[in-house]
Design a protein around this ligand. Structure first.
Ligand SMILES: *Cc1c(COP(=O)(O)O)cnc(C)c1O
Length: 415
């Protein structure tokens, strides 16, 4: 059979990769916490890593492994591990790979909870520097002798800055620094993080991949590009015979087994269903976002629109080179100073005021007073977040209906 197109692979991934019993097209959802072995030697062998299998479902279950197989294949990785949430994947990655005295360089435009988590690791003696990741020169200026990891998002939220991913990947490769990318905004139908040299691909499955606002999850995929023998924090007991698996082995033992943020079997199933329609939803979301951005950009009630698909976006050319099929589903707008963002949002009726993104439904929220409230004004300024900024996560409704909802809200608020 000729190599299947990406969207065809997505639709058939469960039955082709996992080969479920009875000709089922979905892997069965297995709720067992414990696993029996006919000969106790089997249990011992799985414990000692001599044989694959499950012993206790906090560490692994067939449902989680099936989803891991699919996500790993789609990212062309050497292995994946799923977690209960995106934040669990990110925190497990940092906490299992880093030690006091290490230094990391992260984007100054981070998802709010990831930014907050950086304060926690600083309390454990890990040094964190914040770089403008749209500018490789600025990023390089933060690198030190003890820099172990560089971390950024592809398209930042809410102001949609696009990191110089290609240059960061080349730089990290040349210096043997681990490069971790949060790919939540541009799941692999839009962007191939491995192609720019990312070593660890972190994605919140709660957003586009699950896609329907009904399940939480996160994943970490190891692209196989990083040489783990260069990483000084791998414990001897996790230096397994396949050197490509050193990082994942430590993350699975420390970050998943010991920290315990395991993805529930039912959640793994729901996420795999979401995966089937990811390409279709992403296409529609991107097309709608482009249409809405254009509409807002020419509206007299709007001061500025941030969307990488607009020609006036500072990284528009870079975004064109990096992303396939569209520029993502997140945009933000600054209303004119005389429009109160809360009043405007209260006039929207189809569009939901909620803090979530990557949903089938179009969502909007005031940023400074909610998700970035904790950060304070000085840091918000550095992130480009003004007080009247509204973030919009564009859904898959008919574009005309979305535009009509904005139209009627502007009619009630623009003088
Ligand atoms: C939502 C989000 C996360 C966290 O994911 P959860 O599944 O909500 O824990 C991490 N990074 C980005 C970019 C996100 O949008």
């Amino acid at each position: 059979m000729k190599k299947l197109a990406f969207e065809t692979q997505l639709v058939h991934a469960d039955r082709l990769l996992n080969k479920p019993q009875f000709g089922a097209v979905h892997e069965a959802t297995n709720n067992s916490v414990l696993f029996e072995f006919e000969d106790v030697q089997g249990l011992v062998d799985v414990f000692q890593g001599k044989q694959a299998g499950h012993v206790y479902s906090r560490s692994s279950s067939s449902s989680a492994v099936s989803l891991q197989n699919m996500l790993n294949a789609l990212d062309d990785g050497v292995g994946a591990v799923v977690f209960a949430t995106g934040m669990a994947a990110i925190s497990a990655c940092f906490l299992s790979l880093l030690k006091a005295g290490d230094h990391v360089v992260v984007s100054q435009y981070l998802f709010g909870n990831t930014r907050s988590f950086m304060d926690s690791i600083e309390n454990f003696g890990i040094e964190v520097s914040y770089a403008d990741v749209t500018d490789i020169t600025d990023l390089k200026s933060h690198i030190k002798k003890n820099t172990q990891l560089v971390f950024c998002e592809t398209i930042a939220n809410p102001v949609t800055q696009v990191a110089d991913l290609q240059a960061i990947g080349e730089f990290c490769d040349a210096r043997s620094i681990l490069f971790a990318v949060d790919n939540t905004m541009t799941p692999n139908v839009l962007f191939d993080a491995k192609a720019v040299g990312a070593s660890l691909l972190l994605t919140s499955l709660t957003k586009y991949i699950g896609g329907h606002g009904n399940v939480l999850g996160g994943v970490l995929v190891d692209s196989g590009l990083y040489d783990w023998t260069q990483f000084r924090n791998i414990a001897d007991k996790y230096k397994v015979s396949d050197k490509k698996q050193w990082g994942l082995t430590q993350i699975k033992k420390k970050g998943l087994r010991d920290m315990g943020a395991t993805l529930a079997p039912q959640s793994a199933h729901q996420i795999s269903v979401g995966l089937e329609t990811l390409t279709m939803r992403m296409r529609k979301t991107c097309a709608n976002a482009q249409g809405l951005a254009k509409y807002l950009d020419s509206h007299r009630g709007v001061n500025a629109v941030h969307y990488p698909g607009l020609e006036n976006h500072p990284q528009h050319e870079r975004a064109k080179a990096l992303f396939n099929r569209g520029f993502g589903g997140i945009l933000s707008m600054e209303l004119n100073a005389d429009i109160d963002p809360h009043v405007f949002l209260n006039h929207l009726s189809l569009v939901i005021s909620a803090t979530h993104l990557g949903d089938t439904r179009t969502l909007a929220l005031p940023v400074a007073s909610t998700i970035f409230y904790e950060n304070g004004e000085a840091e918000r300024m550095k992130m480009g977040i003004s007080d009247n900024l509204i973030r919009i996560s564009v859904g898959i409704e008919e574009l005309d209906d979305i535009l009509a909802d904005f139209d009627q809200a502007f009619e009630k608020t623009v003088r």
